[in-house]
Design a protein around this ligand. Sequence first.
Ligand code: GDP
Length: 683
Amino acid sequence: ILNLTKQMIEIRNLLMTVDSRSDSLKLPSIVVIGSQSSGKSSVLESIVGQEFLPKGSNMVTRRPIELTLINSPNSALETAEFPALKIFNITDFNQVQKTLYDLNMAVPINECISSDPIQITIKSPKVPDLSLVDLPGYIQIEAADQPIELKQKIRSVCDKYLENPNIILAISAADVDLANSSALKAARVADPKGERTIGVITKVDLVDPSIAYKILTNKKYPLRMGYVGVITKAPPQQVSGTNLFTRNKINSYQSYVAQQNYEYQFFKKNKEEFIGTVTSTKHLKKKLMKVLEKSMANALRPTHLAIQQELEETSYQFKVEFNDRPLTPQMYLANNIDILKLTTKELSNHFSRRELKSLLKNELDQKVLNLLAERYWNKPGNLKNDIEPNLKELSQLANIDDDIYWHKKLDLTTSLLTKLGVGRLSTSLITNSLITEIENLVDFTQLKNHPMARNAVSEAAKSVLSAKYYSTADQVENCIKPYKYEIEIEDREWLSSKDNAVNLLKEEIRQCDETFYNLKKSIGGRKLQQVMTYLDKLESNRTDTNDALGFLNELIDRGKEGIFLKDRLSLLKMRYQFIKNSKKCKNKENKYQCPEIFLDAVASKLTSTSILFLNVELLSDFYYNFPRELDQRFFNNLTNEEIELFAKEDPKIKKHIELQERKDLLETALNKMESILAIQRTK
Ligand code: GDP
């Protein structure tokens, strides 16, 4: 079973993405424990052949480090990766050291320890296939003066790792009495019969070989898997050690070579004295591989069963909750964009020229009303001493052909209307309402639960529209240019504008009435009447300001408002009667007497001309390009990770996708597992 560990590690990695916390899906690892200075880091580093662990005085390890070694005979480089952080292909081991340091230091000192493991994978032609765990300062903390709850916390994090089927690698230094080895003490608690513990004795070079021999063959602390004696550091003069992060790769490699040499030479020289013991890091590695492989083999069947059960449960849940409907982030996205395109197509049927026309016409009606109010209706017909001609006269004039005042007035107002920037106004109006329409469409799809996607859709609409904005606005302005000089109106147009003007006035009267009613309601009809009467008298000098003593300033303002509304109402009613009923208004020749009709006719012309152009230039262009822009933004520009992130914004979708992923992964793991079992059976 040559590659069993490797294959099991692959399966374990799959299972880890399924559920990193599930206990039944865990495969055996080798858990390394040892008190401070026992040489724990040195052992790990000599197994890896790289210095990669952070060094520091106190409690540098605050999280378990789950170290996966993958032997990759065909790669020239040694690389490290932190899969959970999505950091891959690090070749600089100083970088690894620094990252590990930072990840540990991210746990605040007062929390002391975190149960959240750091996962690191090292691939190299030099390493064996192994899965190791470096546990945080379990033992030294045991001994130190720590508050009881912290001790408990540390223990609970570590105990989980020390359980069966994991193998415990208990590190003790040869120059410390084995009876005092806290690693062995801890191992014995978790593995009382000494069945899963390997004893590693470091610093063999520091004691007399005969003493080392005694330790390695001791019967006092028997371990079924025995002891291994190692030397994991060459003496200081051979190691060009410097400070924490400046050590370069050559030095790390050199010190590894120095250590290997030194250890080799030492055991060669003292060969006789170590007969019957297992020594050297080389043999340690072999032993670890063998032991792990065996324990992986033992774990095959139980893990197979666990995966099977887990898959059954997951499949059942998937059926019950999601009716076995497959879903991937890509499918979800594609589906939603399709729906959006479809609804956009529908939109193009009911949001077209006609709708645009009424939108723009409404806007221009408003402008016309403003101009009328500013230019015509601001001179109430009932002002006593007004020197200018007033509107009442306008309706009554028999013939104003020569009346320059009214001629000029209409010409000026018309030109204010034609020159108000219809190009920009109409383009903005259509642009904004299209964006609003699209945003409303989005809210009828599942995309509404995805802020990021909602935003991206709006942005897509905006970018398509803004690409055309300035040229469209300019061209619309150009199209309506002739109206700035001359406006020809046909009888038919005049009559339809007459109807429009009547309706506009009617609506204006209604609004004015409503405002007046609300005013009356808010301060009381009687009071309003009082203050208005007072203001009226004041106006015609029939009273003096003393009478105002009873009124607050605010009330005076309301009174003025009331008078304004009353005047405006009577004026609007007069105009309404005139426009609606007077014979004069039926004839376009009388336009100077009927500015309301004429301006509506102008607004109508501006509207149809602008829309004619906007429909082709902006609207059709939009309906053509928007779906393409969506494709561009959602399919060409998004990475798979972004798509996944997007889909999982919606909690229900997230659950669906994750369950599907879980099911797929479990199926893959089960298949692998079964092929391993099949190979085993043929042996
Ligand atoms: P840790 O605190 O358990 O991780 O121990 P280290 O690996 O940092 O080692 C502690 C000290 O012991 C360091 O100064 C190492 O250089 C030294 N050391 C480790 N292994 C050996 C060894 O086999 N022989 C000798 N002479 N020194 C060692």
